[in-house]
Design a protein around this ligand. Sequence first.
Ligand code: NAD
Ligand code: FES
Length: 288
Amino acid sequence: MHRIHSHRVLAEKIHEFWIEAPLVARKYRAGQFVIVRTHEFGERIPLTVVEADANSGRIRLIVQEAGKSTILMCRLQAGEHFLDVVGPLGRATHIENWGNLVAVCGGVGTASLLPIVRAAAAAGNSVYAVIGSRSKDLMILEDEFRAACKEVRVSTDDGTYGIKGFVTDVLRQWIEQGQKFQQAIIVGPVIMMKVAAALTKELAIPALASLNPIMVDGTGMCGGCRVTVHGKTYFACVDGPEFDAHGVDFQELILRNQAYRNLEERALHGLLDKGCQLTAQLEGAKHA
Ligand code: NAD
Ligand code: FES
């Protein structure tokens, strides 16, 4: 059991938890993730570790309410517990002294990039970032990015804050203004990573993308997280989650991530497991 030390809402449907996980906190390196279950019948949810404090034994997780499991998770309060936290999983980000690194962050993917940005800056890189969200209210972690980066540009789809447009529009504009980047790292919704990968390829900027396929065991056994990169099959949980963005078959990833959409929606509406007390809990909370 892992006690929730704190829980706060960062933006609509985006929650921050600090939880007690001392073994993870001790071994974690930037880029790694954990798989969390909040209760016995719960789905296994992969989440990037945003920060770890080995002294207090706590790790920071940022979760978007997306389906039944994450909605239930986000109802838990400080003092309550997650059932288990497995990790740290995946390979740590391979950080070199690239020179100018640009972090391209879409929506809640911004949280996954924060530790990498910090580690890259600590390794001597000049780090730049583009953070995009649908609107001003959904922008997260901007101050922490500004503290770690040489320059941060922000965009919103609706123009309520920063530049109106997508992160890829901002990146293109920045380069057209003469800015040079030796490396990019991209995290966000798959469609955004697909577009950002195509743009960096066109601009001849090497790029990594942190992929978010469906995961089950997180140890390379189930094949659920299979991705294709440069025509070869990899398991994102053990071979990734970061891959050469220019080789990723994003269309396959989009299709695989949609495979259980109907079941997820039915689970959310309590159709799959009417007998489960957590469905009752969800229904109760919905009607509270
Ligand atoms: P969102 O849909 O609000 O998009 C965030 C930003 O991405 C937009 O503001 C825009 O700048 C950019 N974007 C979106 N569509 C684009 C397009 N077609 N072209 C160029 N740029 C585009 O994001 P959200 O709701 O916060 O994201 C949720 C998704 O992100 C979920 O599917 C989640 O699984 C995924 N996610 C991925 C990772 C990862 O590791 N790759 C981490 C966290 C979340
Ligand atoms: Fe099962 Fe990666 S999650 S192989």
